[in-house]
Design a protein around this ligand. Structure first.
Ligand SMILES: NC(=O)c1ccc[n+]([C@@H]2O[C@H](COP(=O)([O-])OP(=O)(O)OC[C@H]3O[C@@H](n4cnc5c(N)ncnc54)[C@H](O)[C@@H]3O)[C@@H](O)[C@H]2O)c1
Length: 238
């Protein structure tokens, strides 16, 4: 990957999280200059709440011209629709879908003409699942947003894509394993083992597995890839 993004400048959201931090690192290894943002500032990661319109606009303005934006900030939520509180549904939609809209809108207005915008969706944006109603609704929305914006931006040479990770070993998936284990009366390890058993590749994904695809999408290797929802899941969904 060395040199693939040489001379480019990128903005990455969710940069303090598992996938976002790996994207920052992978972009740097590929030669890009990267600014990372997250809910809370941490080291060289700047503070930005992606649900706050004014903060997103101000952040993108302050960061200045960029070639590539990767939006990895997000939250997860589990629970059956029949008992899901409206406030929780709204919270998930607000961070995952409204946040994607705010970041993508600000990004597409400002990226340079051969720029890219990559939204981290999920395999849950392509297939629903019992207990995942809020999360899946938000990620299906991200893919609809990606496909529409991709068509609007393509005439300018800007490529907009989504990546759809499967089960990736991060703080998010470990927190879910703890939550589901408590609900099912089993252990977090047993929950993760069940995930693993459903993945033909025989392992959970790593944040680096997803980050590499984000580098590819920003690079000239993906020059005709636009409006795609690229699945990164070790064949789980297929
Ligand atoms: N881990 C998985 O298995 C998996 C699978 C599919 C999709 N995803 C998606 O990948 C993305 C990254 O997830 P991850 O696994 O790295 O999780 P993570 O929890 O490790 O990281 C998510 C980051 O987003 C940040 N964030 C949350 N709300 C924010 C807000 N309002 N403003 C700014 N930042 C905010 C968090 O602070 C955190 O650093 C998410 O969109 C997630 O839905 C993850």
């Amino acid at each position: 990957m060395a040199g693939l993004l040489h001379g480019r400048r990128a903005l990455v959201t969710g940069a303090a999280g598992g996938i976002g931090a790996a994207v920052v690192e992978a972009f740097r290894q590929a030669g890009a200059e990267v600014v990372g943002v997250d809910l809370r500032a941490d080291g060289d990661v700047r503070s930005c709440d992606v649900t706050d319109e004014a903060e997103v606009e101000a952040t993108v303005e302050t960061v200045g011209p960029v070639d590539d934006v990767v939006h990895a900030a997000g939250v997860v939520s589990t629970g059956d629709v029949a008992t899901l509180p409206l406030a929780e549904f709204r919270r998930v939609l607000d961070v995952n879908l409204v946040g994607s809209f705010l970041v993508a809108r600000a990004a597409v207005r400002r990226v340079r003409d051969d720029g890219t915008v990559t939204l981290v969706a999920s395999q849950g944006g392509l297939r629903g699942g019992a207990g995942w109603g809020a999360y899946c609704a938000s990620k299906f929305g991200v893919i609809g947003l990606t496909e529409s914006l991709a068509q609007e931006a393509a005439p300018r040479g800007v490529r907009v894509n989504a990546v759809c990770p499967g089960s990736i070993d991060t703080g998010m998936s470990r927190r879910v394993a703890v939550e589901l284990a408590a609900r099912r009366g089993t252990s977090p390890d047993a929950v993760q083992e069940a995930y693993r058993a459903g993945i033909p590749a025989g392992r959970l994904g790593t944040p680096e597995d997803v980050a590499g695809v984000c580098v590819f999408l920003a690079s000239p290797l993906a020059s005709f890839v636009a409006g795609a929802a690229l699945v990164v899941d070790g064949a789980e969904l297929s």
